[in-house]
Write a protein that binds this ligand. Structure first.
Ligand SMILES: Cc1cc2nc3c(=O)[nH]c(=O)nc-3n(C[C@H](O)[C@H](O)[C@H](O)COP(=O)(O)OP(=O)(O)OC[C@H]3O[C@@H](n4cnc5c(N)ncnc54)[C@H](O)[C@@H]3O)c2cc1C
Length: 430
């Protein structure tokens, strides 16, 4: 497949649906895209847990495609979404966390989504309602659950004091800014250790990207420092060509990459990691623990894949454990990467399937999705990775039908990264 054909497929899949399905939805809407139609003949109550890449997108498209009689209530425990995407640029001082915040006022005012700030603590699948921590309850016809991930507690990190010192910064927010402060406080000739959990984890290229961004900053600001990457996987899991080049050439002598190393425990008082390769001491330890689905999934009988992830039918994202409940984004177990771009795509396939179900129709039998990730390698260069997935009726999974990796690390990619990011975030939150 040549570059042009790849991008043709990728742009078609950008909507997260097959082209014929998308056209029929556009025709069904009375006004231009961006206006909630009033005459679809479809009605129902949808409760949507989690207002991030998956949850915000599904809420918006349920209203755009379902119309004003599809009541959507989005329950999110935070006041705004803090983007993980581009949050590695907080570590080198190029972005601040406040520049990566996305509120919910546009979703409420433009699309008529009811936004509730609250924490869902229980799901009553038989009674079709969810319980919030404040004692209130919300009834639904269809439930979407998009709570992202939880991180395992590594031995040695049980206390709040230890957690404040050994950071993951893998849920963007205060930890990201705190990790930036730890890096700035490093001495020249210091050691930054980061750990990568075994797959599946969110954003396959993300940890390698972080190693590069930190190495780049240290090289220029704390000479003689090094970045030790301890990867539980047998090798680089994403963009192997570009990251091998980044580690061995661009950041040669700064990044030390060690595959196949797992973490047993950590001592926050001595800053020593106990690993399968022995004891390792660092000035900063950025420990990214193994992931599992959000607590509301694991606590409510939806984690039927290894007890950690939610099994779904990828034609609808309906849970394979409970009918009427759909799980999208990082919590779901699919063959697609756990990534914000894919979360946006899954949300659209799910919104389409719910609208069809409320109207008594079958789901689109041939959905397509795509994923892209741009990775900054230095303060002015980046690489990228992208893939198109199509539904395979034999395996009932999404299979990669085209994949691509940037031909090199350069400034053009770095500029394009911000355009891609702006477009994706507008599609989810504006
Ligand atoms: C450093 C880093 C860089 C990344 N870069 C990229 C990139 O370049 N491209 C890309 O595609 N992806 C990237 N990702 C991955 C991407 O951020 C995630 O895959 C994406 O955020 C997943 O979205 P989500 O909606 O499934 O979950 P999340 O973003 O985890 O959001 C879940 C939401 O649910 C809410 N919630 C959870 N439980 C409850 C509850 N019980 N009640 C109410 N609310 C609840 C949470 O508060 C949160 O807002 C990156 C990730 C990291 C860490």
């Amino acid at each position: 497949m040549n570059r042009r054909e790849f991008f043709r497929l990728a742009s078609m899949a950008g909507i997260g649906l097959s082209a014929s399905s998308f056209n029929s939805l556009v025709e069904a809407a009375t006004g231009p895209l961006g206006v909630v139609p009033t005459n679809t003949g479809i009605s129902g109550r949808v409760v949507d847990i989690g207002g991030a890449m998956a949850g915000a997108t599904v809420a918006k498209y349920l209203r755009l495609w379902g119309g004003s009689n599809v009541q959507v209530t989005l329950v999110e425990r935070e006041s705004a979404y803090a983007s993980n995407i581009l949050s590695n640029l907080v570590l080198n001082g190029q972005r601040t966390m406040s520049s990566l915040q996305y509120g919910y006022s546009t979703l409420a005012s433009r699309y008529g989504i009811k936004v509730v700030k609250g924490n869902v603590v229980g799901i009553d699948a038989a009674g079709h309602k969810v319980a919030l921590a404040d004692g209130s309850a919300l009834a639904y016809d269809r439930l979407v659950v998009a709570p992202g991930i939880e991180l395992d507690v590594i031995p040695g990190l049980e206390s709040a004091t230890a957690q404040a010192k050994i950071l993951h910064a893998w849920k963007a927010g205060t930890q990201t800014t705190a990790l930036r402060n730890q890096i700035v406080a490093m001495p020249s000739g210091g050691t930054f250790i980061m750990t990568i959990p075994a797959k599946p984890y969110r954003c396959p290229p993300g940890p390698y990207e972080r190693a590069c961004v930190v190495a780049d900053w240290l090289k220029r600001n704390r000479p003689g420092s090094k970045v030790i990457v301890l990867d539980a996987n047998p090798g680089i899991t994403a963009e192997p060509l570009n990251f091998t080049n980044a580690f061995n050439v661009v950041h040669k002598g700064v990044i030390e990459y060690r595959p196949g190393v797992t973490i047993n425990s950590v001592d926050a008082s001595t800053m020593i990691l106990n690993t399968s390769a022995g004891l390792i001491k660092g000035n900063v330890i950025n420990l990214i623990p193994p992931h599992k689905a959000g607590t509301v999934i694991t606590d409510n009988g939806l984690a039927n894949v290894g007890g950690r992830w939610a099994g779904v039918d990828v034609l609808t994202y309906q849970s394979t454990a409970a009918p009427g409940i759909h799980v999208i984004g990082d919590s779901s177990a699919t063959t697609q990467p756990k990534a914000g771009h894919i979360a946006n795509q899954e949300a659209k396939v799910c919104a389409d399937a719910i609208v069809r179900a409320l109207g008594g129709r079958a789901p689109d039998p041939a959905p397509m999705t795509n994923s892209s990730c741009y990775s900054p390698i230095t303060f002015e260069t980046a690489s990228w990775l992208t893939a198109v997935f199509t539904y395979d009726p034999l395996t009932k999974t999404m299979v990669p039908s085209a994949t691509g990796e940037a031909e090199g690390i350069n400034k053009d990619n770095y500029e394009e990264m911000f355009k891609w990011f702006r477009t994706l975030m507008e599609d989810s939150f504006a």
